[in-house]
Design a protein around this ligand. Structure first.
Ligand code: NAP
Length: 296
């Protein structure tokens, strides 16, 4: 936390934060503190490490601290937090995951800003989404938001690839019930080549290729299978670009990196808490500065 932030903390400072395990690597404090300072607000945003076994106690205990006005949730808490909240939005209910919670009176109200964050760079594009089949790699928490986003865009079908057929069948059951949409198909990685042939939007929602992992979920030969107008979206933001996005760019495909989703889900969360437009450019600069710092 910067010295400028520490010096303005007083008895009236309001607190936001991010609950996760681990959470020390999170870029959200840098992004939100830059925004809060630029907005001239007496707020700070802090990392709140909470183990999964302590989540219920933490969420209920935080309610007693009136200065805490809200929080984000990251791995592994986005689904597990739901029973401990007083209300959740329809958006959060539709994917069974909450990433943002706000204090409203005596209640914790949860929502999901990952879906709109994921969609932000896509809705800018001039595409006929009804003619764009989507392919999502991975079926974890982020994949749920991505699937809901693809269905909101109007993609005619969303194919999801996972490792374990039993787990995928269960996943399909849960998602189909929550989203009430049967344009969802689940597969194992063996079907990848066939799915790539028709994919208009491919989203990597696995950690493959993150940090120093030299792997890529789609190899150089497989990238060639994609249609010429495909978009490749990697939710990973370090390294930037990932090997997957390098391959996509070399093939001449449009690529989008995970920093876009991180930035926009953060901006929408801030607007939910504060009720004012978020300073997107300042948040983006803070993210880029933090990433550059972590490379040194
Ligand atoms: P998660 O809940 O742990 O899900 C990870 C998914 O990836 C699971 O389906 C898992 O399969 C699959 N997977 C993991 N390792 C794999 C491997 N070696 N081969 C094939 N599949 C593998 O994680 P998450 O929260 O969804 O996050 C997924 C990725 O998105 C991470 O890289 C995360 O950093 C990124 N993310 C980015 C943002 C953003 O704002 N840009 C937001 C959220 C997440 P199994 O189910 O078989 O284990």
């Amino acid at each position: 936390m910067g010295a400028a932030i520490v010096s303005h903390i007083s008895g009236t400072t309001k607190i936001l934060g991010i609950i996760g395990s681990p959470v020390s690597h999170s870029l959200s404090p840098a992004m939100h503190n830059a925004a809060l300072e630029a907005m001239g607000l007496d707020y700070i945003y802090i990392p709140l490490p909470v183990d999964i076994k302590d989540l219920a106690t933490a969420v209920s205990g935080l309610k007693a601290i009136s200065a805490i006005k809200g929080f984000n949730l990251t791995i592994p808490h986005k689904q597990e937090v739901i029973p401990f909240l007083d209300q959740i939005s329809d958006t959060a209910r539709s994917v069974g995951a909450v990433n943002t919670v706000k204090r409203v009176g005596e209640e914790w109200v949860g929502t999901n800003t990952d879906i709109a964050g994921f969609l932000a760079p896509l809705i800018e594009l001039d595409r006929d989404w009804q003619k764009t089949p989507a392919l999502v790699l991975g079926s974890g928490g982020a994949a749920r938001a991505v699937i809901a986003g693809c269905l909101q865009l109007g993609c005619p079908v969303v194919h999801v690839v996972g490792r374990d057929p039993k787990k995928m069948k269960k996943f399909h059951g849960q998602m189909a019930t929550q989203l009430q949409n049967y344009a969802l198909r689940v597969h194992t990685w063996h079907s990848l080549d066939n799915l790539l042939e028709v994919a208009g939007l491919v989203v990597n929602a696995t950690p493959i290729g993150m940090g120093s992992d030299p792997h890529t979920p789609i190899n150089e030969a497989q990238i060639q299978i994609l249609p010429q107008n495909s978009i490749v979206y990697d939710l990973i933001y370090t390294p930037a670009p990932t090997k997957l996005l390098k391959l996509a760019t070399a093939r001449g495909l449009m690529s989008i990196d995970g920093l876009e989703m991180l930035l926009h889900q953060g901006a929408i969360a801030l607007e939910f808490w504060i009720g004012r437009p978020a300073p997107i450019e300042i948040m983006q600069q803070a993210l880029l500065a933090k990433l550059a710092e972590s490379k040194e």
